[in-house]
Design a protein around this ligand. Structure first.
Ligand code: NAP
Ligand code: GCO
Length: 294
């Protein structure tokens, strides 16, 4: 801490004008900034995988958890998994692509749990099909879940966030928000679009104290990526698995737990002046040119 006459500078709380102020402000522990105590968080598609890890982190930081999934059996499975961790989550069936269903769901949550402070648009699908073999219907389906749905759900929560005077929206983006690869044209188009929707929500609603940021996970070991990690019939590593480990400076796949800290940061007051970013949690993939030839 730098001290000069009556002015002192505290890296956590900015310039403080008097020693009395300092005494008061220092009582505010920096960790309080990361607390989600008293907040209500909705994480879509959070029965398992990345959404489950993020919702669990939010609960550990003090938030009340609401999640949805597309099927009752998934919701039941999710509820049981949260309960095992001592978390009393609120689970609902809702297809995030259905605007009427989403509006009814959000109204029900507001009535039964309260106004949503934090929304994570996590529900997503991927179809790995070469573009020239993909039907327009298949392409649309991916765009519908991965891009249209975050628009629909965000739109449904924003009016109450405006009334409440704050809100956090986190969109789960992807490496494919920046990079292309064979067979994932629809997914890349959707996740690239989601990055721009993130920036636009930040631009349009920042003045209402709503922060909208993205998380761009690298390659994370979940059921979604299981086919890319399946061992070959001879027991050797899947070539894509080996490719990703070589592409990642951290030299491993990520885990859903790797996303917990970044998500809590973006959901908490610690990030109140962070708006319109995508935080890539990728073990360094986007920074790396690739292994040099020996
Ligand atoms: P996941 O294991 O497939 O989980 C996604 C969840 O969303 C599933 O529970 C899924 O239900 C649900 N869902 C799908 N369509 C829905 C709909 N219309 N309405 C409501 N829920 C729906 O995926 P994940 O790997 O945890 O990924 C979560 C998010 O992170 C996705 O947006 C994904 O694109 C993104 N992401 C993943 C990775 C990765 O490497 N795994 C990397 C970057 C970004 P069903 O099981 O019934 O489909
Ligand atoms: C794929 C993968 C990816 C990841 C992730 C990367 O087939 O390339 O499924 O798209 O899931 O989104 O960030």
């Amino acid at each position: 801490m730098h001290s000069e006459n009556k002015y002192e500078y505290n890296i956590f709380s900015g310039i403080i004008r008097s020693r009395l102020d300092i005494k008061l402000k220092l009582k505010i522990n920096i960790m309080v900034n990361f607390s989600l105590e008293g907040k209500i968080a909705l994480v879509t598609g959070a029965s398992y995988g990345i959404g489950f890890a993020i919702a669990t982190a939010f609960a550990q930081a003090g938030a009340t958890i609401v999640f949805n999934d597309i099927k009752q059996e998934l919701v039941d499975k999710g509820l049981a998994a949260y309960k095992e961790l001592g978390i009393e989550a609120h689970g609902y069936v809702c297809d995030v692509t259905d605007e009427n269903a989403v509006n009814a769901f959000i109204a029900q949550v507001e009535k039964e749990v309260g106004v949503i402070d934090i929304l994570v648009n996590n529900a997503g699908i991927i179809k790995r099909i070469p573009m020239h073999e993909m039907s327009a219907a298949e392409f649309r389906q991916v765009i519908d879940v991965d891009l249209n749905a975050p628009f629909i759900v965000s739109k449904a929560v924003i009016p109450s966030m405006i009334k409440k005077g704050h809100g956090k929206i986190i969109n789960i983006c992807s490496m494919m928000s920046e990079l292309g690869r064979e067979t994932v044209s629809a997914y890349a188009a959707a996740k690239g679009g989601l990055k721009m929707l993130t920036r636009n929500i930040a631009s349009e609603y920042g003045e209402y104290n709503i922060q909208c940021n993205g998380i761009g996970p690298g390659y994370i070991a979940t059921p979604q990526t299981a086919p890319l990690r399946e061992p070959q019939p001879d027991g050797s590593r899947h070539p894509f698995d080996a490719f990703i480990v070589a592409k990642t400076p951290a030299a491993r796949w990520g885990t859903p737990e790797d996303l917990m800290g970044p998500a809590v940061f973006l959901a908490s007051d610690a990030s109140n002046f962070v708006n319109g970013h995508v935080l890539y949690v990728d073990g360094g993939i986007l920074a790396y040119i690739g292994k040099q030839p020996k």
